[in-house]
Each structure stands twice: as structure tokens, then as C-alpha cells.
Design a protein. Sequence first.
Length: 260
Amino acid sequence: MSNIGELVAAAVVDKRVWDAYGNTSNDGVYLVGQPGPALPFVVFRAWKVPTGYVREEFRLIGPSGRTIYRWGPEPRRMAGSMDLTTELDTVEGAVFDETGTYVASFILDDEIVGEIDVPVYVQAAPEKLSKETEDGLKKSDVIWVGTESPNGRRNTVPAWFGYKAGKIYVLSKKEPGPEEQTIPGVPGARQLRVITRRKLRDTSLEEFTASQRRLEGAEWEEAAKLLADKRKSRQGPPADSINRWRGSCDIAELTPNVPA
């Protein structure tokens, strides 16, 4: 036990699991992509700490040793060493770029009082999305896609795309030019902002974030065939477009961060 007090129990659990099993739940956080946002999870703590206020902080350190998520410090009033002070907070909107076993550090007044291991998984992506999302992707030839800064500033462009089995495929020219589109954030952004539009209208239908994966080799070739078939303004056979894209364009596979 540290000089500050004792962490009697702690848990970091997917909220769906916690709601079903409470404090008997197994630790674990689920992502909807890598990188991607985590599904809501709860952080439970049971403290024995002398009466008074402390600054409480919580960190998740990834397998690489980097701090991936940090909460606090926040002031907390402790009930005393003879009683348990329990806290339960729900975390929403956290973004992770690593999976594997994390270390959850529980900190009071800048001192690590306890740590536990927490597995972080990628939840299997559905092959079929909600009807509204599917409609927005199947009934229009263009979406807006790009980046969004932490302060909410967006840099999105209208982009033609391909869609198949729950995945969006976009092509982005490495060096901007008139021949093909260049999409902000492809291939390097941790996540992208996607806005679907209503059929035949420049008005938005739905928007969501998406994790991206840069395709290479056989996967690039397969996605290029899909995109060549979708290209409305294509001139010549599909093979001509694919040959022109090869080496000059990235193809990204986007996994929408939306419920199935």
C-alpha cells in the first residue's frame, strides 16, 4: 500500500459487459477499427484512502509503452481509510491506435497507487451496415471524406468511391493533380470523417468516422478492379485506369465506425 492509500479493486470493462455482469465482469475494451474509437467502457475503482480530497487520474498505456488514453486529474473526495470509496466512470469517444494488453494505471496526487492489465481488442466489423448507412452508400456515387481536427475543423472533399461488404474503398492520388482526386488524410490519418449524401442531391444524409487501412499488393489490385468499375468518367477499358493508378495512387479501405 502506498503512503496515500490503497486501491482495493479496479476494473476496465466494456459497458455492455458491465451492464450485464457488474463487478464480476472480465476486463476488456473493444475497438471498432485499428486505429479507431473504442466502444463505451467503464472504469471502476474501490479506494481506501484517508478522508479528504485528492487528485485522481487514470491512464491506459499501450503495448508500445505509449500513453494512449488519459483521464483526469479530477478532484475526488475520499470517505476514509476505514471505508471504501467507490467510483464508476463511463468513457466515450476514446481513440486507440494499438491493440493487445494495456496497463491501466490508477493515480492519486501524481503517485501510481495500483495497476492492472487490460486487453484491447478490435471488434469484428460487420459485413452489412444499418439500412440508413447502406442507403447512403449504395444510392449515391459521391461521399465527402477527409480529416477533422480536435477542434472540429474539417478538411473534406467530394470523392467517388466503391462499397462492398461493409467496407468503403477510396482512391487518392499521391501527388495532387487534375487526373484524379486527392483525399485529405489518405493514407496517414488515424481516422477519417465520412459524410454520405442524399441521392442526386448535395445535401448530407449521415456522417460518421472511419478507420482506414492502406492496401498493397493483391489487395490493392482487387480494390482497383472494384473502383475501375465504379468510375463514371472512366475513359477506355478498366485495365487502362488501373495501369495509370498503379504507383501513383493509394487505395484505402475504410471501416465505418457505426453500429451494424
